[in-house]
Structures are given as C-alpha cells and as structure tokens.
Design a protein around this ligand. Structure first.
Ligand SMILES: CC(C)(COP(=O)(O)OP(=O)(O)OC[C@H]1O[C@@H](n2cnc3c(N)ncnc32)[C@H](O)[C@@H]1OP(=O)(O)O)[C@@H](O)C(=O)NCCC(=O)NCCS
Length: 170
C-alpha cells in the first residue's frame, strides 16, 4: 500500500479523559497534551507539556518552559522559566531506591534555573543547574552545572562556557 498523505482521524473525546490531572495548579494558558499524568504539581503560564509526560507531587515548572514528550519530572524537581526540556528527559530524586528504616524515602531536590536547555534522553541526578546552561543529548548529569555551562557525556563534563554577556535570552 502506498501512503497518499491522507489520514482518517477518529474524533477526539470531549474533555479528554486521556489527561490525568489531580490537585495541580495549572495556569490556564498552559498547554497540556493528552496521555499525560500530572498530580499535586505547579505548571506556570504558557508552559507546554508534551504527551507521555509525568509530573509528580511538588514539582514546579516555570512560565513558558517546554517539556517535550516522554519526560519524567519527579517529586523535588523545580524547572525555571523559559527552559527547554527535550524528549525523554529523566529526573531522579532518590539515589538508592530503597526506603529508610522508617519506610520513608530520602528524597533529594533538583533545581533547574531559567533559560536552560536539556537535550533528549538526558538523565539528571539530584543537582542544581544554573541559568542559561545547556545539557547535551544523552548526558548523565551527576554534578551541579554552573550557569552558562555546556555539558555532555556520561558522566557529564563541561564542554565549554557560554559568554553570558552576549546572551539576551535563550
Ligand atoms: C551538547 C551540545 C549542545 C554541544 O554542542 P556544541 O557546543 O556545538 O559541541 P560540538 O558539536 O562542537 O561538540 C564538541 C565535542 O563534544 C562532543 N559532543 C557533542 N555533543 C555530545 C553529546 N550530546 N554527548 C557526548 N558528547 C558530545 C562532540 O563529539 C565533540 O567531541 P570532540 O571534541 O572529541 O570531537 C549538542 O551536541 C547537543 O547534544 N545538543 C542537544 C540536542 C538535543 O537533544 N536537542 C533536543 C531537540 S530534538
């Protein structure tokens, strides 16, 4: 069969039961795609959340940030404004995945500054990422990333520093 470019789409269900959202603060201007799972998180103005994204309790996404499909923002993650989070970006907050003797988990925090770009398939351990930093595709970020640094690799290392005096915005 030869694909002729025409696709018959079934009508979208009204109100989309495909978006799970429980107890979130979502700005009305944010665009959340179907097949997403958001609970007890905050999503700012103009944010885009692509399909197959999960955003957990307590996570915060700043204004105009774009979260591409298949990314996971766990509890303890804060992403600033005007950031780009690529496809399949994984955040972590529990280094060992075993509970403490009292049954609780030792959750760590990750903060991403403003105007940060995170390449596809990057994994961030609990770290701080400075404003205007760039994280390469497939990086495993194990240490804090200074503002304006470009990092890549496993584990991620600084490739170069951006000239912040020349950056007006991302
Ligand atoms: C990290 C990145 C920003 C670096 O770009 P750059 O500054 O132009 O760097 P260069 O292409 O000049 O590469 C510099 C070196 O880093 C290496 N490198 C580049 N990107 C890398 C990555 N993601 N992981 C590992 N090494 C990488 C290059 O091989 C090169 O190594 P060499 O000096 O030994 O030849 C870019 O390669 C990248 O990964 N961008 C993310 C793309 C992405 O995921 N976009 C999402 C939207 S689809």
């Amino acid at each position: 069969m030869i694909y002729n470019g025409s696709v018959k789409r079934s009508p979208k269900p009204a109100g989309s039961p495909l978006k799970k959202q429980r107890d979130c603060k979502i700005d009305p201007t944010a665009k959340i795609m179907d097949f997403t799972n958001l609970y007890e998180c905050e999503v700012g103005a103009g944010v885009f959340v692509g399909p197959f994204v999960e955003i957990q309790r307590g996570a915060r996404v700043g204004p105009r940030t774009r979260i591409s499909s298949h990314s996971f923002l766990c509890e303890g993650v804060t992403v600033g404004s005007d950031c780009f989070v690529g496809h399949g970006v994984m955040f972590t907050n529990d280094l060992y995945d075993v509970p403490l003797p009292n049954g609780a988990y030792n959750m760590k925090k990750t903060s991403v500054g403003n105007f940060v770009r995170i390449g596809s398939n990057a994994t961030l351990l609990p770290v701080k990422v400075g404003d205007h930093a760039i994280i390469g595709a497939g990086a495993v970020v194990t240490k804090d990333v200074p503002a304006g640094a470009v990092v890549a690799g496993v584990p991620a290392r600084v490739l170069r520093k951006r000239d912040l005096s020349k950056i007006s915005q991302a």
